[in-house]
Design a binder for this molecule. Sequence first.
Ligand SMILES: *Cc1c(COP(=O)(O)O)cnc(C)c1O
Length: 380
Amino acid sequence: MAKRFETKLIHSTEKGKIPIRSKVTPIYQTSAFTFDSLEDLEGYFQGEGNYLYSRTGNPNPDELGQMVAAIEGAPAGIATSSGLSAIFAGVLSVAKSGDHIVAAEDVYGGSFHLLREELHQLGIETTFVSFTNLELVEKAIQPNTKLLYTESITNPLLRVENLQAVVGLAKRHNLVTVVDNTFATPYHCNPYDLGVELVVHSATKYIGGHSDVTAGVVVGREDLVAKAREKVVNIGANVSPFEAWLTTRGLKTLAVRMQVQSSNARKLADAFKNNSHISRVYYPFEEDVTGYGAMVTVELAQTVDVEGFFKSLGWVKIVPTLAGVETTVSHPLKTSHRSLPPEAQDALGITNHLVRISVGIEHSEDIISVFEQAVENSIK
Ligand SMILES: *Cc1c(COP(=O)(O)O)cnc(C)c1O
């Protein structure tokens, strides 16, 4: 039948029928998928593969979830719209109204808020304790406790969690362990191998790596990931095909980025240790001589003017995120930890002189000299 102009606009090509063998996965920028017959449609519901509707499944988010699962050594994984929705779906796959969580008191600010406010409103209570003393964690466990929640490396003081010990405690009490592995990345740490059932990531950070997407990932035990997938589908916390595609593109270079960024971070941390105008360097020095993560946090000495320091950083910009290929700085007291009461800020060591540095892939000597110069230029 001859098509008229308006019909040709919509139906002039045979979508999906061209045998193109693209080198990289194409972006499936579509909200839904087609079927040739009712039988074909029924096949979808009988689990014969294919896709139906992008909120319930799309090849790009699936590829991202599977890639992270593979590099974490976990059997299953799903991608989500953000790190926080990954945490939300991960926690809801284990806990429901009436259940209780024990979480590290120094978790990421957004996670703290999610647990303390949003999940509280859904009837899930969280007790926050210092995970540096597992006796405190054990004391906080109640008959309705379902999970322990912590991070492999914390923000901004870069405390490395003893995951073996946390998992051991969880197993003794029949609890699930959920770990946010954003700062360490699967390059430095594989919590699933250590017995952690669910690993969550803000893929917005190192997994994406280029500060151009907001995305999250949950990987781990198959049954829990399947439940987390249900949450993502039913809440509508899916990531868009394009963002998932950008994230998988970034993820391919995770090893080379982390090698350079972690090694640069280690060199910068070593240089800071010898600087008398830096009173404290937070970096996991003991972990690995080639570096352990690409974040370095320092406390400037009282001899340094903080405002002046931030103004003297040249090409290093102030940015309230981390993990891009560019070196950036943030001021935790006035950004990530702004909403905490002053006593809590003091207790955690978040002072006005604290500077968090996300180390990039520039030449290490240029990075070191930009910071040494900024310190030099801002001495009172
Ligand atoms: C950024 C971040 C999150 C939240 O991720 P979004 O992608 O911003 O939702 C969670 N945990 C850690 C450790 C983070 O750095």
